[in-house]
Write a protein that binds this ligand. Structure first.
Ligand code: ATP
Ligand code: MG
Length: 252
């Protein structure tokens, strides 16, 4: 499909194309497509741009990652599809571990995601096959599988597009959680320590930039961050956008 650049949903249609290609390749599950659609709807309400609130959350996340002892990024099909290059760059600059952690786990998809990340020069990838040798307490054996060196023993986990049950179970293990989720009302967003309410494709390059600044000591340390307040502000932005659109609609 060729999307004309002038199309008002150009960026969004390009992402859809990526997502459907990844479904054909077996990197994304069918449920992953539905999750992407839910994200699109919230992105529309958000105005499809990074808000000041998201920028604050990104800065706080950069600091938390740089100060962590064993930080891990939890990778599912959607993010391996959308931001493979950035996952690898993040793993190098923090540095942090990459762990494949799938809601619909199959050996075939684990391997496909691993190969996709290796194409972008990922070196070590945890959570594949027998490496997913531990279980997160409270989850069934397929959904709870994690790697001992990775998520199981981590102190900070970054979970882009995570399911609420798993995020809550990780919280019970006393992990600190950084979520990237366009829905400020999801259970994942509500239970995370830092929720970045923004599209993962916009967040990852900005997060990498902030980490570089933090490493070069160009940013303030011990940033104060209140997740509940930040989520409330993100909801307000969506409400404001909707009421502006309603006004315009009424004037037609
Ligand atoms: P929860 O289980 O946390 O209550 P949920 O059941 O509504 O949430 P899931 O399908 O479990 O949603 O998780 C996917 C989440 O990822 C959704 O909240 C969706 O809005 C979000 N999402 C989808 N695509 C993106 C994206 N590109 N960037 C950021 N978030 C996204
Ligand atoms: Mg869910």
């Amino acid at each position: 499909m060729i999307v004309p650049k002038s199309h008002p949903r150009y960026e969004s249609l390009l992402l859809r194309e990526k997502i459907t290609d990844c479904l054909k390749e077996g990197v994304i599950s069918e449920a992953g497509i539905a999750a992407h659609g839910r994200g699109e709807a919230f992105d529309y309400f958000l105005g499809e741009k990074t808000t000041d609130e998201a920028n604050k959350a990104i800065k706080a996340a950069a600091e938390m990652l740089c100060k962590a002892k064993n930080p891990v990024i939890s990778v599912n099909g959607n993010i391996a599809c959308l931001v493979p290059k950035e996952i690898v760059e993040l793993s190098e600059i923090v540095p942090l571990k990459i762990e494949i952690n799938l809601f619909y786990r199959t050996r075939e998809r684990e391997v496909k995601i691993k190969k996709r990340l290796e194409k972008y020069r990922a070196k070590e990838i945890l959570g594949v096959g027998d490496d997913a040798n531990e279980i997160i307490p409270g989850l069934d054996s397929l959904r709870g599988k994690v790697s001992r060196e990775g998520i199981f023993s981590s102190d900070v986990v970054i979970v882009p597009l995570e399911d609420g049950d798993r995020a809550l179970a990780l919280k019970k293990m006393e992990k600190r959680i950084i979520a990237i989720d366009l829905n400020p009302l999801s259970r994942t967003s509500l239970c995370a320590d830092i929720t970045i309410v923004d599209n993962v494709v916009r967040v990852m390059p900005k997060l990498i930039e902030e980490i570089k600044k933090f490493k070069e000591k160009k940013i303030e340390e011990n940033l104060e961050f209140d997740n509940r307040k930040n989520l409330k502000e993100s909801i307000k932005i969506m409400k404001k956008n909707l009421s502006n659109w309603e006004k315009k609609f009424n004037q037609r």
